[in-house]
Design a protein. Structure first.
Length: 177
């Protein structure tokens, strides 16, 4: 699912959504899932924190839509013009990766997602190539404020993803990233 839109072509439509259109897409998806009996959803493809903003609205009957519990990553971390760059999660080196992780901590994400390889839905990315070095992936996993999810499409990037053990709890507020 991409920002709550699980229909075919969702990725292509995402850049054209205005904020209120995107909010309606997310709310409609939440209503459909709740009607189907889904009580918890995970979104790993957020654009500009829109799903996280929806997650943080009250779910006590005062919001426009009662929804399943939302676990969300915010925009996935990706290389410059890498897979899913349109969602706003570009990073290119250790300093920008730390900044991206810090930003996700500030937004209180439930999981940090990093795009380890290119993807089918992003023109110009290479499915077989790794977007980040082994050290970059390790840095993301070790310093993430929450569990990490790595997306890959090919064996080299899968091997890179599997060579680290992510931290499974939030660091204390004294940790500097």
């Amino acid at each position: 699912m991409t920002c709550g839109d699980g229909r075919d072509g969702a990725f292509d439509r995402q850049a054209d959504y205005r904020a209120d259109d995107l909010a309606e897409v997310i709310d409609a998806a939440l209503r459909r899932h709740l009607a189907a009996g889904v009580t918890t959803m995970r979104d790993l493809g957020d654009r500009q924190w829109s799903v996280l903003e929806r997650r943080d609205r009250p779910n006590d009957g005062t919001a426009d839509v009662t929804s399943p519990t939302i676990l969300a990553s915010g925009p996935p971390i990706t290389s410059i013009r890498g897979h899913c760059w349109q969602m706003g999660g570009d990073a290119q080196d250790a300093a920008t990766l730390r900044a991206a992780i810090r930003e996700r901590a500030e937004h209180r994400v439930d999981v940090v997602k990093i795009m380890v390889s290119g993807g089918v839905t992003t023109a110009g990315t290479d499915l077989l190539a790794c977007q980040f070095s082994r050290d970059d992936v390790r840095l993301t996993a070790c310093w993430s404020p929450s569990p990490s999810a790595a997306s890959q499409s090919a064996p080299p990037s899968a091997q890179r993803r599997m060579r680290f053990r992510p931290r499974l709890s939030w660091p204390s507020s004294s940790v500097s990233i």
